[in-house]
Design a protein around this ligand. Structure first.
Ligand code: FAD
Length: 415
């Protein structure tokens, strides 16, 4: 029997983990594995949060993609142009066509700052910044260095965004940074969100709103940003509310990759790919799987989610190629460290059914949940090492996986 061909679009967090897990599981006689990405720069995206504060440098958080892939995986440095579902093939910008037996869509999200009126007009990268890509994070570092007090507004334009806690973390770190530099009394910090609170899940939202208040960061909720005047320093909502700023830190609108929209039958109106929430298989196309930020699933878009999904996805791609039924193995598990400044962080852990609860992770003797601690901050810093050396290579970490651990959680806290 000849080797089956697996094509993975996107060689970021999910694509790399899936490729390496599949290579460990299937030998060359069973499967050829191809990964397609438009460039050879793998960014450790959680590190982008630290760049504006001078706590990390872009060159420290970027590594060549090829080097993260196990031997025996073919890397194509090219843009994916279209998926031809009826032909089981992908067309690349370099002119080649890759036929597949199984396809994994892991091309993440596309930032769309140009979709908000005025956002990328005059003032962009002068007074208005995003830290969601390396160039923006680096430019914001310069602006924060020059900032000597005033009104700093952090805004997420609309959901969904990747790492929904990252803008909150930015606000907490900005508070810490301005206090360290003796500028806090001359500064106002505002957190403007389209949500009705600080976060999506009620218990965590109440907790995080309490932290914002304790740090004198004003929370402006249900704020749907429609227009930016980067010269006059005004952020305007669709309902007419205005927020003045000296420095605006924005998380722009997110959509799926452009080729998803161009490929008939592949994505939804936003360019995300529908998938079964437990198997990650596309309902209409059993040989297509969606992973990570690119998938349209009712969970956070986060690296931890992508990691937990990659375990299930690799299992299910291998099963599909053998003609076996998929396992309904993904329960929506998400786990996020939330950096809160002053060397502390809190940790939230949840899934489709269970919202973030207090307690400990992953067992009763582990890291504190929903409570600021130095241990969690250390966990967040150590995570980078685990990312490059354990998670990307596709190794299992005992006790931390696709199934949300329940043992340390205090369910009585919400009863
Ligand atoms: C500032 C910031 C902080 C974050 N912090 C955390 C955190 O603390 N914890 C956490 O769990 N998550 C965090 N995340 C989120 C996390 O990084 C993402 O959720 C995760 O990387 C998603 O993995 P992915 O494989 O779906 O997408 P990505 O890792 O973004 O990979 C997508 C890949 O697809 C490629 N691609 C896109 N379109 C095409 C195309 N047409 N052709 C070829 N290639 C293409 C891209 O080049 C990219 O390499 C953070 C993100 C940001 C921006």
């Amino acid at each position: 029997m000849s080797a089956k061909r697996i094509v993975i679009l996107g060689g970021g967090t999910g694509g790399t983990m899936a490729a390496n897990r599949l290579r460990r599981r299937l030998d060359a006689a069973e499967a050829e594995i191809h990964v397609v990405d438009r460039d050879d720069r793998h960014v450790y995206q959680p590190g982008l949060l630290f760049v504006p504060f001078g706590l990390a440098r872009v060159d420290e958080i970027v590594r060549p993609r090829r080097r993260q892939l196990r031997s025996g995986i073919v890397f194509h440095e090219s843009e994916a142009e279209a998926v031809l579902l009826d032909e089981d093939a992908v067309r690349l910008a370099d002119g080649s066509v890759l036929r597949y037996d199984a396809l994994v869509i892991s091309t993440g999200v596309r930032l769309q700052p140009e979709e908000t009126d005025g956002l990328t007009g005059p003032g962009w990268n002068e007074r208005v910044f995003t830290f969601y890509n390396p160039e923006g994070a680096e430019a914001l570092r310069g602006a924060l260095e020059r900032f000597d007090g005033g009104r700093l507004v952090v805004n997420l334009v609309d959901m969904p965004i990747k790492c929904p806690v990252a803008p909150l973390e930015f606000a907490f770190l900005a508070d810490w940074h301005l206090r360290e530099r003796g500028l806090r009394s001359r500064s106002e910090l505002v957190y403007a969100t389209p949500l009705d609170g600080a976060f999506t899940k009620p218990i965590a939202s109440a907790h995080l709103a309490g932290l914002l208040a304790a740090k004198q960061i004003e929370l402006v909720s249900e704020f749907n940003a429609g227009e930016v005047d980067g010269v006059g320093g005004k952020l305007v909502a669709y309902d007419g509310r205005e927020l003045d700023f000296d420095l605006l830190v924005t998380v722009p609108l997110h959509g799926g990759a452009a080729y998803v929209e161009r490929s008939p039958g592949l994505g939804d109106a936003l360019g995300f790919v529908p998938a079964d929430k437990a198997t990650l298989q596309m309902p209409a196309r059993p040989n297509v799987f969606a992973l990570g930020d690119a998938a349209d699933l009712p969970t956070s878009k986060a690296g931890s989610v992508t990691h937990f999904q990659a375990e299930v996805l690799a299992e299910n791609v291998a099963r599909f190629l053998r003609g076996d039924e998929p396992v309904a193995g993904y329960d929506g598990h998400a786990s996020c460290f939330v950096e809160t400044g002053f060397g502390k962080a809190l940790l939230i852990d949840f899934n489709y059914e269970t919202e973030p609860l207090p307690g400990h992770f992953p067992t009763a003797f582990g890291l504190p949940l929903l409570r600021e601690s130095r241990l969690n901050h250390l966990g967040k810093l150590l995570f980078e090492w685990a990312y490059w050396h354990a998670l990307l290579p596709g190794r299992d970490i005992a006790g931390i996986g696709a199934e949300m651990p329940t043992r340390g959680k205090r369910y009585a806290a919400v009863a």
